[in-house]
Unconditional design. Structure first.
Length: 194
């Protein structure tokens, strides 16, 4: 199903795509990390709208890795943005499970099947395709879209591509459902104000 609903924001952020040169994914992250190897908590707040206590809670629960020297690297920021983009449409423990399903322990990079920044890039590229190319979210169309976007992915372990595809399908459907709900809510509010 495609209701041709678009998102004016970069997924997981409070920043409008238009204000950032219509970039998302790795292109967006590259802009943030152009002159630095890490960003501070207050900068994450400005990008994502997440308050410090929420991020500390996620870290305490083991959903986000600890900052090094109070700076978050590109993969940690991508990880945070993925959680943030899904938290309005999924339970936090389901999001944590989904991320562990893809990349295991948040503090152990050796069990990752994909960098969080690349995962975020795939998510954004798939969402862009859905919203600009009239790709259906239902049926096998979404899986075909995922296959096209992730064609450059190389499995590190047997079965990694299947895990990645399953997770991406769930993430995209959940996020798109949140967009539909937001659109529906705004329509109801419009009717109530007439």
């Amino acid at each position: 199903m495609n209701l041709q609903i678009t998102d004016e924001y970069i997924p997981g952020t409070i920043l409008r795509k238009q204000d950032m040169g219509n970039v998302t994914g790795l292109a967006f992250l590259s802009k943030i990390f152009y002159i630095t190897d890490g960003i501070m908590l207050n900068q994450i707040r400005e990008i994502s709208g997440i308050d410090g206590s929420t991020l500390q809670n996620w870290t305490k629960r083991g959903w986000v890795g600890n900052a090094k020297l109070k700076k978050y690297n590109i993969d940690q920021v991508a990880h945070i943005l993925i959680i943030n983009m899904l938290r309005s449409c999924m339970q936090l423990d389901h999001i944590a499970f989904l991320i562990r399903y893809v990349n295991g322990s948040v503090d152990d990079r050796s069990d990752d099947i994909i960098k969080d920044s690349v995962l975020y890039d795939y998510i954004c590229r798939i969402l862009d395709k859905i919203m600009t190319e009239d790709v259906s979210v239902g049926g096998g169309t979404l899986r075909r879209c995922i296959a096209v976007v992730t064609a450059d992915y190389e499995e590190k372990v047997t079965g990694a591509r299947k895990r990645l595809t399953n997770a991406l399908e769930i993430i995209i459907m959940a996020y798109y459902a949140a967009l539909i709900k937001g659109y529906s809510d705004s329509r109801v509010a419009g009717l109530m104000n007439n």
